[in-house]
Design a protein around this ligand. Sequence first.
Ligand SMILES: Cc1cc2nc3c(=O)[nH]c(=O)nc-3n(C[C@H](O)[C@H](O)[C@H](O)COP(=O)(O)O)c2cc1C
Length: 224
Amino acid sequence: MATELPEPEPRKHVQPYEPFSWPNGSTLALGQSVSGEMLDFHRMVLGRHSRRTFTHLSLEKLEVLLSMCCRAYSWSTSDLGFEQQFRGVPSAGAVHPIHVLVQRNRQSGWERYDPIGHTLIQVQGTSDFAIAARDSADAIVPSGDSTLLALVAEPGKTAAKYHFPESLVWRDAGVIIGALTWGAEALSLNICPLGATGTPFVSPIAFKGVMVGVGLVLIGGRPE
Ligand SMILES: Cc1cc2nc3c(=O)[nH]c(=O)nc-3n(C[C@H](O)[C@H](O)[C@H](O)COP(=O)(O)O)c2cc1C
């Protein structure tokens, strides 16, 4: 199952492209009236940006962010070989094939977020990989005191339920990245997703092909 895709790399020279020109048609102008209880949310979403300077991310805010975006609030047994989960974000088939690894400090190894226990569990022997991931992130965006997240897909889980699972796995990763950016904004944190998949820094954790990197994310406090 070919879920591992080549690392994206910015072109040295952009390749200009003329976007498709949609034909004209009758136009419905949309209003912007937002009801009272949605006003703050609407304002928050429109105020979101990728922000690339970071102070230390407190454990208290990390807990809330992980709880909102990654925690399982219920689960049920299934014939898939593992439980199906229900979280603040959707996942194809309630499979949730994306693990979240956390490097809280520049020199530490990966910790795995356990979405059922709502705990961080050290992944033994991964310091070198996590530090290398940090160096690689630094080459894209200086990561300062941020926390580094690696989103790691276990495509075999989605393949237990679907033929051709690849696109589902990537869409699940996108859902989590979107949720993290909204969650970070709600918590007044700075966040920047990175284009790197992170595969070289997470795949050695398991046998080849079991774990695939589907994105790195930097999150930190917002400098004054
Ligand atoms: C999948 C993905 C990959 C991204 N990769 C990078 C990256 O490698 N470096 C970077 O500085 N920003 C990266 N970004 C952030 C985008 O540059 C940013 O979303 C875009 O400039 C629009 O800005 P905004 O997020 O403030 O709306 C990435 C965003 C996404 C969703």
